[in-house]
Design a protein around this ligand. Structure first.
Ligand code: SF4
Length: 224
């Protein structure tokens, strides 16, 4: 039988409101792709170890999940693992990774202080770019990483990361160096370190982008 006792909170009867629906961060991702049931990065990494959603896993040694601080303010997103990354199981550890470490050091950051990952987690054969279908298969993992790390700033390294994170129609010419804020996270696109190795003329604009990242991190640290 129902109790007739008066409510302690008049006007607040009935079921509590449903939690707000999850709004994915990446363009085009559906909430159900986002591993919403997973509450930590270790669980996500475990799930991704078994992933066979696209054909890349059958041609690589291992899934390369991420490196760095899971609570970092700064997240760096590249394209996909290369040969050295595939061998060692860590992103950005080849020549491009060494250059990235130098760039980070130049803005007074250690690699261990940032969170580094890629759009796809398995090495494309011959270091080719991932296909749109492979990006589609893997982007839910990146979405979940962004949700679980919740960085203040994301840097998209190269066109593929820029199109995956910011806008599928983006061009580097228009997007590079421009700040966008989405869901409270500031995002900037810059050149991939591998492109800097091939094109020394990109180094100066990339350096300006990373100086801008340093300035935004300091503003965030001071609560601006
Ligand atoms: S690239 Fe991503 S989607 Fe494809 S098998 Fe590897 S982890 Fe799974």
């Amino acid at each position: 039988m129902r109790s007739e006792q008066p409510s302690l909170f008049p006007g607040m009867t009935g079921p509590s409101p449903a939690p707000p629906a999850y709004a994915p961060f990446l363009p085009g991702v559906r909430a159900e792709e986002s591993f919403l049931e997973l509450r930590d990065l270790a669980s996500l990494q475990q799930v991704m170890r078994e992933c066979r959603r696209c054909g890349l896993r059958s041609g690589c040694r291992q899934m390369v999940f991420a490196d760095g601080d899971p609570q970092a303010s700064l997240m760096l997103v590249g394209e996909g693992p290369g040969q050295t990354e595939d061998e060692l199981g860590l992103p950005f550890v080849g020549r491009a990774g060494q250059l990235l470490n130098q760039i980070l050091a130049a803005i007074a950051l250690r690699r261990e202080e940032v969170y580094i990952t890629n759009v796809v987690k398995c090495r494309p054969p011959g270091n080719r770019l991932p296909t749109p279908a492979e990006v589609l298969a893997c982007r839910g993992c990146l979405e979940a990483q962004i949700r679980l790390v919740r960085p203040r700033i994301i840097v998209c390294l190269g066109l593929l990361a820029t199109r995956t994170v910011l806008d599928p129609r983006a061009t580097m010419g228009a997007a590079r160096g421009q700040w966008t804020t989405r869901q409270g996270i500031q995002v900037i696109a810059t050149y991939h370190p591998a492109a800097l190795l091939r094109n020394p003329q990109y180094k100066r604009p990339a350096w300006n982008d990373f100086k801008s990242v340093r300035a935004r991190l300091e503003e965030a640290a001071h609560g601006n």
